[in-house]
Ligand binder design. Structure first.
Ligand SMILES: CC(C)(COP(=O)(O)OP(=O)(O)OC[C@H]1O[C@@H](n2cnc3c(N)ncnc32)[C@H](O)[C@@H]1OP(=O)(O)O)[C@@H](O)C(=O)NCCC(=O)NCCS
Length: 177
């Protein structure tokens, strides 16, 4: 599946043409305050990141995807799943400041959780948020993920959240790759 549609958003894999559009978001220190990479210094970093997304998509069938606001057609950020070195499937999202506070992250992340459990055969999704990142903690709580301890990640303490495939959704043979 190469597109996710919610009531207000469309999510699809990034393309090289998105690099210049997403760079102002990835280079904004306020947006990137709690994101592991920090603000990306130049567009070459953003290009490498978008290349990594495509590579991850090719190998695993999911990745961080571009989030498009349907009414404007504007690319407003990213949301998606990434496989960690430990083999977990991790949920993440980053939106440009202009689009915060409208429920968009919850909408995009909710669509990814459904896809993870219903289509990708994922049994558990994890998410990490720094305790000071109130907006992200709210998103994960609203999604129904449960707090599951703390973990040092990228040198900083993070609250760990977990969401499991609901029993009502049968496990599919195409388990996590
Ligand atoms: C985290 C982020 C994606 C949230 O996006 P969003 O679209 O604004 O999120 P939503 O509107 O779906 O939900 C945010 C919730 O947090 C609440 N919130 C936001 N900022 C808050 C604050 N400073 N204090 C308390 N609550 C706050 C909102 O009111 C909302 O809750 P509500 O629906 O109960 O009112 C966005 O802030 C962002 O891109 N931040 C920078 C990148 C980042 O930190 N990503 C996550 C890394 S773990």
């Amino acid at each position: 599946m190469h597109q996710l549609v919610t009531s207000r958003l469309l999510l699809r894999p990034f393309t090289p043409a998105d690099v210049e559009i997403v760079h102002p978001i990835y280079s904004d220190p306020e947006v990137m305050r709690y994101v592991a990479t920090g603000p990306l210094a130049d567009i070459a970093h953003t290009r490498r990141l978008v290349d990594d997304y495509s590579d991850h998509q090719f190998h695993h069938g999911y990745s961080f995807w571009a989030v498009i606001e349907q009414t404007s057609g504007v690319l407003i950020g990213d949301a998606g799943l990434y496989r960690t070195p430990a083999g977990e499937v991790e949920l993440g999202y980053t939106l440009g400041k202009a689009w915060w506070g409208r429920g968009y992250a919850t909408e995009a992340a909710g669509a990814w959780l459904r896809m993870a459990f219903e289509d990708l055969g994922v049994d558990e999704v994890v998410a990490l948020a720094e305790p000071a990142n109130t907006a992200s903690l709210h998103v994960l709580t609203k999604l129904g993920m449960r707090r599951s301890g703390e973990r040092l990640a990228f040198g900083r303490p993070h609250t760990v959240f977990r969401g499991q495939r609901p029993a009502s959704i049968a496990s599919t043979p195409s388990s996590t790759r």
